[in-house]
Write a protein that binds this ligand. Structure first.
Ligand code: ATP
Ligand code: MG
Ligand code: MG
Length: 372
């Protein structure tokens, strides 16, 4: 098989690497960290900065096609590689998702709702803010935020001023806080021919801004799920996206479907596909990158996915036998050397006849490993 390139060595890159190697490809990972989860299992690890032109040239020389697992790779890096080999997603698709303000403007241009928001670049932008959005609101840094980092809830204008200072007066977006009925996401694969294969809608619970659990099938109304799939497809078309990507949605108490953000890569809420779908989101990423037909995204079983954060590690790793002894629970660890609070260390999928049963058994096991 050919050699594929992966920009970024995190867990998403690692699961791509495993899928690609299983399918007969070699993988070269570029990541500045010599202990990165993907780098340590790749056929070759180029340990260099994403802006290192000699390293990028070497990567392009060896790879039939290159993709990424990380939306904060400089778009200029992808543009550099695009002149030398096949790159998916494109530098322009990536660029559209790197700033929360331009991302929301792009989403609205596709005719899709976002939360009411105001771009903030200086203190002056708060002057007549109350005419534009209602408080409480959330101030978020426009770039490089993830897992709820760089976000401050503001009860009023005064708090928003203080939050802007606390975030270093960097470009921000002030978003109205929505009363959420639930959160859902759509992970999909789109090919060079524009054909879209969506996975079943995922229902997500976040704790402290970090994904905690994903349940599939979602309890959202069938019409809402269809609407979300349609919107995610429009966004993928608008980006002329090739690969696996995700769109996160809020469902408001009024039943409105509101796009939250785009992930130009496989998504944490798609990890359930590893055990519960005929094709995983990572196999799909390999397929799209290589111009192969998409695999079936059909759900095999109701499933609940639970993230394992560094918080549950304590002084040593939990007793994984508590999970491994259960035949319908599938453990996935990412090989990270250091456990920190809030850091994603792994996840597990629970398969059962119903999502209620899967959730019960997921909660029991999670409490059990937390108690270690
Ligand atoms: P990631 O990229 O890891 O998903 P992030 O740092 O980009 O996270 P967001 O998706 O912006 O964070 O927000 C994290 C969570 O915080 C959301 O999934 C939701 O639960 C809550 N949240 C964010 N913005 C809003 C909002 N405007 N109204 C209500 N809840 C919100
Ligand atoms: Mg995000
Ligand atoms: Mg998010």
């Amino acid at each position: 098989g050919a050699t594929l390139g992966m920009l970024g060595g995190g867990q998403l890159g690692r699961m791509f690497t495993t899928a690609a190697q299983t399918m007969g490809y070699k993988v070269i990972v570029l990541d500045p960290d010599k202990n990165s989860p993907a780098g340590i299992i790749a056929d070759q690890h180029i340990c260099a900065a994403y802006t290192d032109e000699a390293a990028l040239t070497e990567l392009a020389q060896h790879c039939a096609a290159i993709t990424t697992e990380f939306e904060n790779i400089p778009a200029s890096t992808l543009a550099f590689l695009e002149k030398r080999t096949v790159v998916h997603p494109s530098s322009s698709a990536l660029a559209s998702t790197q700033n929360r303000n331009t991302e929301k403007i792009f989403i609205r241009a596709q005719g899709i709702a976002t939360v009411p928001f105001v771009r903030i670049t200086s203190r002056d932008d708060f002057a007549d803010i109350s005419t534009q959005i209602k408080f409480p609101a959330i101030l978020k840094v426009a770039t490089f935020g993830y897992d709820g980092k760089g976000q401050i809830v503001c009860e009023d204008v005064q708090a928003a001023y203080e939050a802007f200072d606390a975030l270093g007066q960097k470009e921000c977006v002030l978003e109205q806080r929505i009363d959420l009925e639930r959160e859902i996401s759509v992970v999909l694969a789109r090919g060079e021919d524009g054909q879209i294969t969506a996975f079943p809608v995922a229902e997500n619970v976040h704790i402290n801004g970090i994904l905690h659990s994903t349940t599939v099938p979602s309890a959202a109304a069938e019409t809402q799920q269809q609407a979300a799939i349609e919107m995610a497809g429009k966004i993928a078309d608008g980006l002329d996206y090739v690969g696996t990507m995700a769109v996160e949605f809020f469902v408001s108490k009024q039943g409105e479907i509101i796009a939250n953000e785009i992930a130009p890569r496989p998504h944490n809420s798609g990890h359930y596909t590893l055990d519960a779908c005929k094709t995983s989101q990572f196999e799909q990423q390999v397929r799209m990158l290589c111009g192969l037909p998409a695999g079936s995204s059909q759900l095999i079983s109701p499933v609940v996915m639970i993230n394992i954060l560094g918080d549950v590690w304590g002084n040593s790793q939990p007793d994984w036998d508590k999970l491994l002894n259960q035949p319908d629970i599938k453990l996935h660890l990412y090989g990270k050397r250091e456990a920190r609070a809030g850091r994603k260390m792994g996840h597990f999928n629970v398969l059962a006849d119903t999502t209620d049963l899967a959730m019960q058994s997921a909660n029991t096991v999670f409490e059990d490993i937390k108690a270690d």
